[in-house]
Design a protein around this ligand. Structure first.
Ligand code: GLA
Length: 393
């Protein structure tokens, strides 16, 4: 295989992947190929574990899995993206997290979660993975890997009663309890349920959702990868979650709500003094206002008001920067550079934070000058180039 092709695989590429699988594991048997996308979130950040709404869309970049059942209980994993690691061998009776298992902890976690739910996986598998989502960029390469194995195992072993939403929940459970990352449901849900050319407007409180056609007329979504990931990424994320839980408890002393998604602006402002610590108050304010903003943004998009959608994206960034404090210098610089460009409708940090990517909506004719302007400014500030992806959904 050659350099990563950022887009959905052609027929030829799929054939090439299958041939590479055969070279690695041998021919014969029922060799199947599966795909799960990555995702980018347009608005609704850090609301998915706070009972609020999110508005992500699936990408046409994703993870391919070529897979075949074995006669024994051996699990062989190979990633074309981590060739140097070769085949990593494990077994159906060794489904527990280990450092050495590296990336295979993600697919193994999903098998573990399925088994835990009573889905008996009766034989081992030869697994080959190829992904074209840039890793560590906040575009859900790990959720994509989880969901693709879940889809594959559902098909191979005939677990027909498992819906796509069940798969998303299983994958989230695996990420939380096998890999120890306390994420919400947004990523796995979008990856499992996402549809071409649509965003998902998801209420994470009850998992009701609707598809919203992504009609950006003459604009494009451009993701800019800062190529930095600060150490805080995991600990900071988990800390925000517990800060929100604490703030919610204080609010629940004075008002009958189940999560931040239950608040109107008025109800929140009338009760906000229940939160004593000023930084907890800021976290709560973000959770409440980001949810309301997301609802407003989806209404704006449905009415064709892209300008309003962009303004709300910009507000979302300010809130994530100042109240939720999950941005960083590099990301703020990317967003400022975007804001000063005339072709930009809106721009903000996307994903878990502390590095990763920004998402911008850019008028189509300005995409080249946008990448030039942002790239140059970022290079001047930090001495390295960002990476740009013009998103196809
Ligand atoms: C990460 C998590 C998601 C969500 C976002 C922030 O991507 O995996 O569940 O919380 O951060 O919106």
């Amino acid at each position: 295989m050659n350099a990563p092709n950022r887009g959905k695989a052609s027929y030829n590429m799929k054939q090439e992947l299958i041939e590479t699988f055969k070279k690695l594991y041998g021919d014969g048997g029922d060799i199947r190929i599966f795909f799960a996308p990555g995702r980018v979130n347009l608005i609704g950040e850090h609301t998915d574990y706070n009972g609020g709404h999110v508005f992500p869309c699936a990408l046409n970049m994703g993870t391919y899995m070529i897979i075949r059942k074995r006669e024994d209980r051996v699990l062989n994993f190979y990633s074309e993206n981590r060739k140097e690691l070769g085949i990593i061998t494990s077994g159906l009776d060794q489904l527990y997290y280990t450092e050495q298992a590296g990336w295979t902890n993600y697919p193994k976690g999903v098998l573990w979660a399925m088994k835990r739910d009573g889905y008996e996986i009766s034989s081992g598998m030869d697994v080959f993975v190829y992904g074209n989502i840039p890793g560590g960029a906040g575009l859900s390469s790990s959720a994509s890997l989880e969901v693709v194995i879940a889809l594959a195992v559902k098909e191979l072993f005939g677990f027909t009663d498992l819906s796509l939403i069940d798969l998303a929940k299983l994958c989230q459970y695996a990420e939380n309890h096998y890999n120890g990352v306390n994420c919400g449901i947004m990523d796995q849900f979008t990856v499992a349920v996402g549809r071409k050319n649509n965003c998902i407007f998801l209420n994470t409180n009850d998992l009701t959702y609707q598809y919203v056609p992504l009609d950006l007329s003459d604009a494009k979504i451009v993701v800019t990868n800062s190529k930095v990931k600060h150490n805080l990424a995991e600990s900071g994320y988990n800390r925000r979650r517990s800060e929100c839980e604490e703030a919610l408890k204080e609010l629940q002393e004075v008002v009958d709500i189940s999560g931040f998604g239950d608040f109107s602006k008025e109800l929140f402002e009338a009760n906000a003094t229940a939160i004593k610590d000023p930084s907890l108050l800021r976290r709560a304010r973000h959770a409440v206002y980001e949810n309301l903003r997301t609802i407003e943004a989806v209404n704006a998009l449905s009415e064709g008001n892209l300008v309003k959608f962009g303004i709300l994206m910009n507000d979302s960034h300010r809130s994530l920067r100042d109240d939720y404090q999950v941005s960083c210098e590099e990301i703020d610089r990317l967003v400022e550079l975007a804001w000063e460009h005339p072709g930009v409708i809106g721009s903000r940090i996307t994903g878990g934070g502390f590095g990763g990517c920004t998402v911008s909506i850019v008028k189509q004719d300005f995409v080249d000058s946008f990448t030039h302007h942002v790239g140059k400014g970022y290079q001047e500030s930090f001495g390295h180039d960002p990476e740009f992806y013009v998103i196809e959904t």
